[in-house]
Design a protein around this ligand. Structure first.
Ligand code: CU
Length: 129
């Protein structure tokens, strides 16, 4: 495909530039060129790697805090429907860190992110009522 060739050409240029930049920072460029080239290649691959599976399993929702259960690291939320995941309901949900519960109290309107794979809330922020 033509676009792929163009992309590859462009990548080659970027790699070469990175190799030079990394090479210049090395004390003995000759010895470390392989290292620089490898590092540059890894950087490039990282840029074009598909998003990790974790990112795809995140869903966002909106709702109201009903209860905060610090000792169980759990929130009870009355939430709106989350498209493709859950209908509107009231439910208890674990948080992945107790710090997420800090400052939350019943009645707070919140936006939250759920990791579907791990079944935990990974992010929660208060919204103004
Ligand atoms: Cu639910």
């Amino acid at each position: 495909m033509k676009t792929q060739q163009t992309l590859r050409k462009a990548l080659g240029g970027v790699t070469a530039a990175l190799v030079m930049a990394l090479g210049l920072t090395q004390a003995s460029p000759g010895l470390n060129l392989n290292f620089a080239e490898r590092t540059a290649t890894q950087l490039i691959q990282g840029l074009f790697a598909p998003a990790p599976a974790i990112a795809q399993s995140l869903v966002e929702g909106k709702g109201k805090v009903i209860a905060v259960t610090q000792e169980k690291q759990e929130l009870v939320l009355e939430h709106e429907a989350i498209k493709g995941f859950m209908d509107a309901m009231t439910m208890g949900y674990k948080v992945n860190s107790p710090s997420l519960l800090k400052g939350l109290k019943p009645g707070d309107q919140v936006r939250f992110t759920i990791d579907k794979d791990k079944s935990v809330i990974t992010k929660i922020t208060k919204v103004k009522n």
